[in-house]
Design a protein around this ligand. Structure first.
Ligand code: ATP
Ligand code: MG
Length: 338
């Protein structure tokens, strides 16, 4: 297993450095061959060279690696995150990562949330009319292709079924956003026909958010277009108890190579203080191992996280641990299990 690691910026570097020893240990325990290569794609490189994602990066990742682990991108010296957009969108589009998976293990049951990751309102289609510095009209178009929606739904519904869930909800706003809304509903109905185990419904995004906060237990699998999925993800992170706990996988249904990243950003406010929560990054390693077919080590990492969390945690989740203090608990729990 060859893993490309992009620590990125701010606490991304700290949580990745802290979490990687858990991969080494679990690989040793389960006799896995895991090699890691680090890439310095991030703010410093951008400021030095003006380049976010180097020429040939996507081809190299495709040719040489099984998975990508990304810490976080963001830097106060680059206010509009130009480098982050360059790198993240470059990887998402270049690797065709149209599925974003965020498991939400809540007390009321796990929600498997799937968000389309490359199109919709984030397709980058639009423009302005009038003077550029004071436009009279500004347009961002919501663009969906039949092919991407279909691939996204087919893959996500399969994963939801494989996770043992019976209910699935499509989130949309077809009453106000009719054209893409109709396309999604049509393809959802068609794809659901291939999954008789799943009981599929759909809800308007506004009603869905209301119910999600009041009664998360009513949801199991959730599939959503890009913008709605983005917002729902952050509500989900809040329900989990904080950004430091939420992990995500960006997947191409047609390829093995996938990208794993914590949901949080570079958190400049706490960078360098040694208290960033590495939980989500370790969870990313578990999602990565799952994705590559190594279920037992992935479960071991999740069990170690749960054990460590029962004993302590970093300040963002109400504990007193440092980043390395929490990882000491995780590593001890891993050793203790095996
Ligand atoms: P970016 O611009 O990179 O998104 P941000 O300022 O939006 O950075 P986020 O990472 O999104 O920061 O985090 C928002 C808040 O949550 C920050 O105040 C940060 O302190 C806190 N936070 C996020 N992730 C973690 C973590 N892993 N551990 C502790 N606190 C965190
Ligand atoms: Mg942020």
């Amino acid at each position: 297993m060859r893993i490309a690691v992009i620590p990125g910026d701010g606490i991304g570097q700290e949580v990745v450095a802290a979490a990687l020893p858990a991969l080494d240990l679990v690989a040793e325990i389960f006799d896995l061959d895991a090699t890691v290569e680090q890439f310095d794609w991030g703010a410093d490189r951008w400021l030095r060279t003006g380049v976010g994602l180097p020429e040939g990066a996507v081809a190299q990742l495709r040719a040489e690696f099984d998975a990508v682990l990304l810490g976080a991108l963001g830097d106060p010296r680059i206010p509009d995150m130009a480098h982050g957009r360059d790198i993240l969108l470059g990887l998402r589009r270049g690797l065709d990562l149209c599925v974003n998976h965020r498991p939400l293990p809540l007390a009321t049951g796990t929600i498997e949330l799937f968000r389309e990751n490359t199109q919709g309102l984030y397709a980058g289609v639009g423009g302005t009319v009038g003077p550029p510095d004071r436009p009279t009209v500004a347009i961002d178009e919501c663009v969906y292709t039949r092919d991407t929606v279909q691939r996204f739904l087919r893959y996500s519904l399969g994963r939801i079924r494989d996770a043992g869930q019976r209910r699935v909800t499509l989130v949309h706003k077809a009453n106000a956003v009719p054209h893409t809304g109709r396309l999604w509903r049509e393809l959802y109905a068609a794809e659901l026909a291939a999954f008789p185990e799943l009981d599929g419904t759909d809800e308007y995004v506004d009603a869905f958010c209301y119910h999600l906060v009041r009664d998360p237990g009513r949801y199991q699998g959730v599939v959503a277009p890009n913008l709605f999925g983005d917002i729902i993800s952050d509500i989900g992170a809040a329900l989990l108890g904080g950004l430091g706990l939420a992990a995500s996988a960006s997947i191409c249904p047609q390829a093995r190579l996938a990208l794993f990243e914590p949901v949080h950003g570079s958190a400049p406010d706490i960078a360098g203080t040694g208290v960033a929560n590495p939980y989500a990054t370790v969870l990313c390693l578990a999602l990565m191992l799952d994705h590559l077919g190594h279920r037992a080590p992935a479960d071991a990492l999740r069990a170690a996280l749960a054990a460590a969390r029962a004993e302590g945690g970093t300040p963002d989740v109400g504990g007193h641990d440092t980043t390395s203090g929490f990882m000491t608990r995780v590593l001890a729990a891993l050793r203790h299990q095996h």
